[in-house]
Design a protein around this ligand. Sequence first.
Ligand code: LMR
Length: 352
Amino acid sequence: MKGVITIITFLCVGIITAFYIGFGFPNSSSSVAVDEELVGLHEKYTLKFSHVVAKNTPKGLAAAYFAELIKEKTNGWVEVQLFPNGVLYSAQEEFEALKKGDIHIIAPAFSEVTLHDRKWTALDLPYLFDNEIMVEQAFEGRVGDLLLESIEQKGYKGIAFWDNGFKQITNNVRPIVYPEDIKGLSFRVMPSDALFKTYRTVGAKAVTFPFNEVYNVLRDGIVDGQENTLSNIYSKGFYQQQKYMTISNHNYLGYVILVDPEFWSTLPEIYQMSIQEAMNEVSIWLRAHAKELNNDMLHRIASSSLTEIYEQSEEEKVEWRKALKPLYDEYEFIIGRELMEELRKLQIEKEL
Ligand code: LMR
């Protein structure tokens, strides 16, 4: 009899446990929903997430969505505090703050990562990607794996890739159609060696300033132009200071979500799983919406009539590719043969 009661008790506990862990709470969409009673977690975690862009951009919206998801998935035991618009740090200061534990999640643009790991200059090669499908293949495939392995060796853990969109060139002097049109002009770029060389190769000058200073350097005429995604050009008002914009799609601006591995290892495994799961969901959401968000900003810029917009044709792209080809040979050594071969495979697959 005692044996039967023990078996029944055991079965009941098993069913209840399976219900809570396996199927989640009614208000949770997560398969790793956390029941702090069952797993014995009583500590609340607050993760500070810093980024430099506006709230109404792909990254700003994705960060807000992530904060909401993680709260839901952990029943509020993990809270994400957002610091948008560079209110705490510039993109480069974020790396240091992450290492010191002053913040816990950052989402730098690939070009910013190049100062910490030169392999990431691979993604700054001009006209590398023709469309979002190629970008997705790179993030999801071997290219993404190689880059994440590489940044891990530099002391950062990459937990997701987030999309923004293709970069466009704006300036205040003349429309830029062919490579010769850019000669003698100066541009603000992110601090990536490959970006400096891109401009130098076509006879222009590139200088770097933190994102939060771009509006002022354009307004004060310190540089003639800049390159960015439509969402950044619109949300930070750059277009208000620029007479011309070329839709060139010459580089892809995406982000890698980084955490400090030491801090990460202090998080209970179930929370690590919840964070990873939320990140994956946000990446998928962003992939579906980033392009539409950028297009919406294009319409807003166009309807302001402050900036003359020129769309680069396929024939013109061929001219730019020709002019910028030397960069590919130069950077093979820096980014490594394996990564370069993977990038070439994407190019070849596109042509098939
Ligand atoms: C920049 O130009 O610095 C930005 O594109 C940064 C960002 O995070 O989008």
